[in-house]
Write a new protein. Structure first.
Length: 386
């Protein structure tokens, strides 16, 4: 009798766990290359003999795959009271839908084709594994713990106490010097100079990456969005918001305030997540703008890309970090950090973007993307030292 009751409640427990896990996938940021566990990166690098960058990407893909595949595993287990011939088609058809739905909610836009491929493939593999392991409870428990643990390990965007404190200190330093910061593009250059000179002073002749990250996060909050602090899971001082707004509203990039925000939000997201994630958020924002917002903008994407590459160039390794500090201390030319935007289309509706440019994968979109990359390649400060 006791065993029958247990057998009745176990599938319900798995179903509840499925709801919890899907909620996590919807609202917890994707695992990111810069935050991939060192053991995973080192393991892949030693086995496959690939670069550190490639190892981080592969480790991140493995973590993302583990999170999505666990949907199939848990769904399979929640249907253990249903015969295999009935459960299998339900699991194999429903799992990919749940995976794509979780991606959709998490990203804030419908996933692009490559993201859908990853989600569907991972979910189906998980479903097949779950169906195969329905009778082995030890194997099931071990698999769920392993995949869930690996995924959660790679998803935390909460920055360390040291980085949070240093970013806050940098931000307070910038606000304290607001009276020497002019408006317009000159203000953009001045704040960049102040932030990185402060970072250089706090490098102590050794670690330049950490203070550079703090500088970028501080600028991401002050010149980008207050929500950058929320992504970092650190509260912003409400009393400082009027000061921040006053500073943010008078700074421009190529004469435009909106490009400042795109630039620094993308730079901060690259620190909190990764380069690809930062660009994906930017593309997703432009797709939403094309559907009723300000319109799809290749100009905004240029700012997103430039901000992302600044973060990469300033934090990739110690040589790049120190080089960025030295370059900024010698004087700033906006053209070294952000290219010309002349001739780049913007304000495109969804229909215009699809018909005139072929959408994200269209020939004209690819041509313009290559043009943006060509212009950015000429920005000396955005290049890394390999």
């Amino acid at each position: 009798m006791q065993e029958n009751k247990l057998a009745h409640y176990v599938p319900m427990a798995w179903a509840l766990l499925l709801v919890v896990w899907c909620a996590l996938l919807c609202f917890v940021p994707d695992p990111r290359p810069l935050g991939a566990p060192d053991w995973a990166v080192d393991g892949i690098r030693s086995v496959l003999k690939v670069s550190e960058t490639a190892s981080r990407v592969l480790a991140t893909i493995a973590l993302r795959t583990s999170g999505l595949s666990l949907i199939g595993v848990i769904l399979s287990l929640s249907l253990t009271r249903i015969p295999m011939k009935t459960a299998a088609p339900i699991v194999l058809s429903l799992t990919p839908i749940l995976a794509v739905l979780c991606q959709w909610i998490n990203y804030g836009y419908f996933p692009i084709f490559l993201q859908i491929q990853l989600g569907v493939a991972s979910a189906i593999v998980g479903a097949l594994v779950g169906l195969a392991l329905r009778r082995s409870w030890i194997s099931i428990g071990s698999l769920v713990i392993l995949l869930a643990g690996a995924y959660l390990w790679g998803t935390n965007t909460r920055i360390s106490d040291d980085l949070a404190n240093d970013a806050r200190t940098t931000g307070e330093y910038l606000l304290a010097n607001a009276d020497v910061v002019p408006g317009g593009d000159a203000g953009f250059a001045k704040l960049l100079e102040l932030a990185f000179s402060f970072a250089e002073d706090n490098s102590h002749g050794s670690d330049a990456i950490h203070p550079n990250k703090a500088a970028i996060l501080a600028l991401g909050v002050i010149l980008g969005e207050d929500r950058v602090a929320k992504v970092a899971q650190r509260p912003i001082q409400l009393s400082r918001i009027p000061e921040i707004d006053a500073m943010r509203n008078r700074i421009t990039l190529r004469g435009r305030n909106d490009l400042v925000r795109h630039f620094w939000v993308s730079a901060a997201l690259a620190i909190l997540s990764d380069e690809n994630r930062s660009m994906t958020v930017g593309i997703g924002k432009e797709m939403m703008d094309a559907n009723g917002g300000s319109g799809f903008s290749f100009v905004d994407l240029t700012a997103d890309r430039a901000g992302t590459l600044l973060a990469v160039a300033a934090t990739k390794n110690q040589s790049n970090a120190r080089s960025m500090q030295t370059r900024i201390s010698q004087g700033i030319d906006i053209g070294d950090f952000f290219p010309s935007i002349d001739g780049l289309p913007e304000g495109l509706t969804s229909d215009e973007f699809q018909s005139d440019y072929g959408g994200l994968g269209g020939k004209e979109t690819r041509r313009l993307s290559q043009e943006i990359e060509r212009r950015i390649a000429a920005c000396k400060a955005l290049q890394t030292i390999d």
